[in-house]
Design a protein around this ligand. Structure first.
Ligand SMILES: Nc1ncnc2c1ncn2[C@@H]1O[C@H](COP(=O)(O)OP(=O)(O)OP(=O)(O)O)[C@@H](O)[C@H]1O
Ligand SMILES: [Mg+2]
Length: 246
């Protein structure tokens, strides 16, 4: 099976070299656990280090803020966007019916998940993307009253990503301590992998962890791994590692 290098320091060696190609992986965690940085790093490193074009679909955070925030890690998204190695699809304020200044966004005619999917497909084709991140999946169904409709939308997205052959990350937020991985109880089943990020928020040492909960067709680590967010982005460690090494 082909593997897609994640660009997350220390992760590939825990999953036989990378994500299974053309599959989807769910990144699940509470607020502030690093899901967005993880997703951007996957797209950024994919473009920069492996020359694989990537599409970042943002439904919560505004693109200009993401661009600004990740400059802290030395990641200049704009430069790679100009080369069409990265395209960002803005569904953040557009989903509220406000006009976006972004090149790729939802039309302002009101939120419609099908229109968003068409735009994502168009952008995937446009740059021949190999990687896609949807941040976040629960936000896709933000205006649905019926949970079944949200589930349907999630199924549609995952089917569409599978058909387009990209290797994708779906971001889902769950409450800390919740005994589930997706908000709607369907995300974890439609994906091929589930990675859970935790943040304990106590103590003086880094208290972030990463757990590979499932990775189909992969002999993966079953440990709870220390995870760090530093000026170089996200890195995953082994318990036996000296903590302040990297
Ligand atoms: N430059 C940095 N150095 C170290 N830690 C940082 C840095 N920038 C952000 N962080 C940490 O990462 C967190 C934000 O990460 P991120 O936005 O990826 O989380 P998230 O899981 O997407 O959150 P949300 O659910 O709110 O979208 C911050 O709360 C902070 O703890
Ligand atoms: Mg986020």
């Amino acid at each position: 099976m082909d593997r897609v290098k994640t660009g997350i320091t220390g992760l590939d060696e825990l999953i036989e070299g990378g994500f299974p190609a053309s599959r989807s992986v769910l990144i699940s965690g509470a607020c502030g656990t690093g899901k967005t940085i993880f997703g951007i790093q996957y797209i950024y490193k994919g473009a920069k280090d492996f020359n694989e074009p990537g599409v970042y679909v943002t439904l919560d955070e505004r693109p200009e803020l993401i661009r600004e925030d990740v400059l802290r890690f030395g990641w200049d998204l704009k430069k790679l966007e100009e080369k069409n190695l990265i395209n960002i699809v803005d569904g953040s304020i557009a989903k509220l019916g406000m006009p976006s200044e972004e090149e790729f966004s939802l039309p302002v005619t009101g939120y419609d998940v099908d229109k968003l999917l068409l735009e994502i497909m168009r952008v995937i084709k446009r740059i021949e993307a190999k990687r896609v991140v949807i941040d976040s999946v629960p936000a896709l169904g933000f205006n649905f009253e019926n949970t079944n409709d949200v589930r349907k939308a999630i199924l549609k997205v995952s089917y569409m990503l599978m058909r387009s052959g990209v290797t994708s990350i779906l971001v889902s937020e769950v409450q800390e301590g919740a005994n589930k991985f997706g908000k709607y109880g369907v995300e974890e089943y439609v994906v091929d992998g589930v990675i859970v990020l935790h943040y304990m928020g106590v103590g003086t040492q880094s208290n972030r962890t990463l757990h590979i909960r499932k990775m189909r067709a992969t002999k993966h680590s079953e440990d709870l791994h220390p995870m760090k967010i530093s000026e170089k982005g996200v890195s995953v460690h082994k318990i036996e590692d000296e903590y302040d090494e990297v």
